[in-house]
Write a protein that binds this ligand. Sequence first.
Ligand SMILES: [Zn+2]
Length: 210
Amino acid sequence: MLFLDELPEFARGAIEVMRQPIEEGTVTIARASGTFTYPARFMLVASMNPCPCGYRGTRNAECRCDDAAVAKYVSKLSGPLLDRIDLQIEVSRVPFDDMVRTDGAERSATIRARVLAARDRQRKRFTGTALTCNADIPANGTRAYCRLDSAAMHLLKQASARKQFSARAIDRIARAARTIADLAESDEILAELVAEAVHYRSLERLATAA
Ligand SMILES: [Zn+2]
């Protein structure tokens, strides 16, 4: 796992070169002595603030950034890079009382069991192929492995028209919806699961709004 905290604080060039390893699982380095390709398969996890001061959209304090500063901050992340990030989720500040409470939260062991079961479904699905999980499904395989019924397809079409999703983003939504269905132990990818996957593209919304 590669975790990049405060993603927009990295130089744009450094962020952009990650497109190749994210997509292909390899990294190619050119030196005077030759060109070398290394394996670089990782799960990318990154975090960022909603704006440079970190308070935009929160109730605790007032954001001091003007629209131009926010647009500049968000524009560090290009459309092609956002396309390659499956799940983009806004998380609000956790109130103190919630942070210290000990009841109500689902246990990690329970979540782990659900993840392992979903992984197992995927292993069975890809038996006899080189694929190991939904994230490996190539663009030309999404129609076969992530089949959407007409209601789900209609929802994706509408969301795509509204949010101007690229072909790559649509493939990723289909794969994420397949995984959400696996976690729910469902063979069908229902429209509501596609809606959930679309909802996980919130950075594109932020980028459009800025
Ligand atoms: Zn701010």
